[in-house]
Design a protein around this ligand. Structure first.
Ligand code: HEC
Length: 455
């Protein structure tokens, strides 16, 4: 009797192992199509396609390795610290299924039930934009084995009335080489002057677009959707402002051409709530600065910023350069509640993103934001641009560092915390920096809005 019971239990175990064994058609293809192929398709930014079973299994060892150590898909935020809208990482179950599938010899399963591969046409999602602007055609100079290129371009803006942007879409001219794009507006002529220094279009810039008055409008990383604000909200686009782009072309893209386009939707409502994108955690509120990281040292810095208003936050976007190692931000409310903002345990300059909360996050007035940011200026850091390491200080160059976090925010109104950011089409994107001086403007603005708008 005991033997029979044992036998039945063994059968049950075998059955459940068998039933849970993932195969391509039933489980894996849908994960690869939703989490990998936005970059891994022919003409995409990744070096190979994962659109078919054959393509995926030919890379199985590399996939196993990169999925196990969370290198792929690139999504550096720790989602057990806080979850975000439009998360791009694998869920623990998806990750385990891929690992089990590869360890179990990549079964194909019943291909007739496999999902249809997605189509990547490069067509835009904003079909009827209110405004379109494009850069001039640029030919990359970034040679294989050399340095990446960070090029800034000056594009036309709007000349009539100012507008509120409700949607913004970056369409890379050449998706194989456009690694990230930052979109700024600027009413000064600094961009034009810098551009005029050389005959070819554009000028160099890694940290920003070289102008103190430029403000961030949006970010793009491969695989991200356009950024839409929820109904009633918008980002102010000033009349007569130029649109400045900073585009990252990786080493090896030499001689390839790009002409990136930006499409805007405007909010036509009479009462639009203005969203700001500003670096509230900035170099000026480093409490143990200045930002100096001597050669062969690891250093940790902290920032502190007190919110002078009740605010609603849409998203955050941390920024450092190449020797940045990690960043963690929390807010402590006046009633001593902790609001987890973001934790990036392994910073990667190449995968910078805006992390959008699932719903608007209320920040009570008086909330203190704290950041802890680590830098590794030793030879252990594979991203260190200098070998042997050199003294690193604050600046915009490739070998300088920055310590900023942009917040997408608006003054709080009752009920904001119920507004979902999941279904607006808001997505993550990569972004870089803004300049120090903006900090003062931002704080003036917050204080001003506090004085003028009853909250
Ligand atoms: C946002 C774009 C993007 C997404 C999404 C993405 N990849 Fe990648 N992947 C890249 C790029 C770019 C590279 C080459 C540079 C690098 O390794 O970082 C790459 C490299 C790889 C490599 C080779 C790494 C090596 O060791 O050389 C593997 C394997 C891989 N990806 C698998 C995946 C899998 C599996 C997924 C989904 C679970 C995925 N990727 C999602 C962009 C992406």
């Amino acid at each position: 009797m005991k033997n029979i019971l044992n036998y039945i239990m063994l059968l049950c175990t075998m059955y459940s192992v068998y039933a849970s064994q993932p195969d391509w058609s039933k489980n894996i293809a849908s994960t690869i199509y939703s989490k990998c192929t936005s970059c891994h398709h022919d003409g995409g930014i990744a070096p190979f396609s994962l659109m078919t079973y054959q393509q995926a299994i030919s890379k199985k060892n590399a996939i196993l390795h990169n999925v196990e150590d969370n290198h792929m898909p690139p999504y550096p935020a720790n989602t057990s610290f806080r979850e975000y809208a439009h998360q791009k990482n694998l869920s623990p179950q998806e990750k385990q299924s891929i690992i089990d599938w590869i360890n179990n010899d990549v079964p194909e399963g019943d291909i007739s039930i496999a999902p249809k591969p997605p189509e990547y046409t490069g067509n835009s999602i904003i079909k009827n934009p209110d405004f379109i602007t494009s850069m001039s055609v640029y030919t990359s100079q970034a040679k294989s084995g050399g340095a990446d290129e960070y090029k800034c371009f000056v594009l036309n803006g709007i000349n009539e009335n100012e507008q509120f942007i409700s949607g913004i879409e970056v369409i890379p001219g050449n998706p194989e080489i456009v690694h990230h794009v930052l979109v700024y507006q600027d009413t000064s002529s600094v961009g034009d002057s810098l551009d005029a220094l050389t005959p070819e279009p554009g000028y160099d810039g890694l940290g920003g677009v070289g102008s103190n008055t430029a403000t961030l409008l949006g970010v793009y990383a491969p695989g991200t959707e356009p950024y839409f604000f929820p109904k009633g909200f918008g980002l102010r686009l000033q009349k007569n402002a130029k649109i400045l782009l900073q585009v990252h072309y990786p080493a090896g893209s030499v001689d390839k051409q790009d002409q990136t386009t930006i499409r805007f939707l405007f909010n036509k409502d009479i009462n639009v709530r203005e969203v700001k994108i500003s670096s509230l955690l900035d170099h000026q509120n480093i409490i143990d600065g200045p930002l100096i990281i001597p050669a062969n040292q690891k250093k940790t810095f902290h920032q502190r910023f007190v919110s002078p208003i009740n605010a609603s936050i849409f998203a955050v976007l941390p920024h450092m350069h190449l020797i940045g190692k990690s960043t963690k931000i929390i807010g402590i409310t006046p009633s001593k509640d902790t609001i987890k903002i973001i934790d990036i345990p392994e910073w990667d300059f190449h995968w910078q993103m805006a992390y959008t909360f699932k719903t608007l996050q209320k920040i009570p007035k008086g909330t203190v934001f704290y950041s802890e940011v680590q830098y590794d200026n030793t030879v252990d850091n594979p991203h260190n641009p200098s070998n042997p390491p050199k003294l690193v200080t604050l600046g915009e160059g490739t070998t300088d560092e920055m310590m900023l976090t942009f917040f997408y925010y608006t003054p709080y109104k009752a009920g904001d915390e119920l507004i979902s950011l999941e279904n607006t089409g808001i997505s993550t994107g990569i972004a870089e920096t803004q300049l120090l001086q903006d900090y003062v403007l931002i704080n003036n603005h917050i204080i001003q809005s506090e004085n003028t708008e009853p909250i």
